[in-house]
Design a protein around this ligand. Sequence first.
Ligand code: ADP
Ligand code: MG
Length: 449
Amino acid sequence: MDLTNIWQDCLSRIKDRIPAQTYQTWFEPLKVTGLVESDIVLQVPSRFYYEWLDSHYRPLILESLKHATGKDLKVRYNVALGDTAQDENETPVPTEIEDPNGFSKSTQLNRRYTFENFIEGAGNQFARAAALSICDTQKKAAFNPLVMYGGVGLGKTHLLQAVGNRMMSQKAGFKIIYTTSEKFTLDFITSIQKNRTTAFSKYFRSVDMLLVDDIQFFQRKEQTQEQFFHTFNDLFQRGKKIVMTMDKPPSELSGLKERLTSRFQSGLTVDIQAPDLETRIAILMRKAEEDKLDIPYDTTEYIARCIKSNVRDLEGALIRLLAYSSLRKQEINLNLARNVVQEILGRQAAKTVTIDEIIKAISRETNIRETLLVGKGRRKDIARARQLAMYLSRELTEASLVSIGLHFAGRDHSTVIHACKKIESMMRDDPVFQAKVDTLSKELANPVY
Ligand code: ADP
Ligand code: MG
């Protein structure tokens, strides 16, 4: 097989595994230029490409090469000639802000994301309030920047875009940019290739508000971070608001320069937590209403109980429910929802378990009577089984630590925490025990209907 074929084979495999946009951005510009011993040589447009590819996609590339050739090839990068405009001083400086081709001029805002359709709940209340308050131009918000962090699918992008949309609607001529750190990086690279770094920085520095999503993708892009640092400082010093999102608190972002993360922390940092049951029900009802779906309440609640991780999965469940009902020409009901949920959750947690069921199961498993399990006795085997029951209650139910404690002779929440830690450490130390616990929790979470 010749080199081009090998590479084509690789690419088609890669294409199937990553979003189309990502593929276009990072893989289409690559050229394969040679095979030296067991190294395949890829030509990349610039050093940044190499940094990015290598830090994000190396395992994928290697795996695809192996698949295509059956051999463990290595990758070598070669930066295309012509990419010599790294030194800004050598590039002609445009006299005015030129139309910055190659990076986005538009605001990139999506009107779908507003405060009005953002459902408030315990997990996002504070973030929402902070986002709203930064939109209040009457009152000079005391904090800047605003950082919102949290796991995937919890509404970070939604809130960030809602800020942009709100600002655009309340102030004519307000200049705002929404970008992601990935796009910022790419635009920066493009500006280097096109000798437009000056225009690039002018463009970003001319805004009234800057919104940057998913800061964590700046990890290990030193030059881009540097560029962002200057942009940030410039805007900050002129009192322009900056709002950013990330997947972890700034202090825990690895691969980001200390001086950048300490800047992030100079304003207000708020977290977004997974929505609680009430919020999940409210979100589902709202989305169903938007999509004009008629879903019985018990079905809504069932979905909300089962899908806890994030809002994106909740939306996914609705879409799938709709697809099922139209494909099978069935009405949307609890039964259909069970199928959907089971499919989404795979073999885990397709049913919400109660603490009592957990206690029963442990009792069966260990031959220790239920009354003993929930009692005060301290015999070692009983205590251990009790700890396991507490651990599973925390993993598999939505009960608070306090209410778990109440099921076990009114023990307090710190006892429950201690139990969970103990079981976790035993699982780490003992794979056999871990496998046992895993099986038990699968059985509990996935009974036959
Ligand atoms: P993140 O950026 O944190 O990964 P997104 O903002 O993309 O998450 O949210 C995922 C989806 O869930 C989006 O379609 C968003 O509109 C929706 N969503 C998230 N939180 C809420 C909420 N509180 N109310 C309504 N929709 C929400
Ligand atoms: Mg997002």
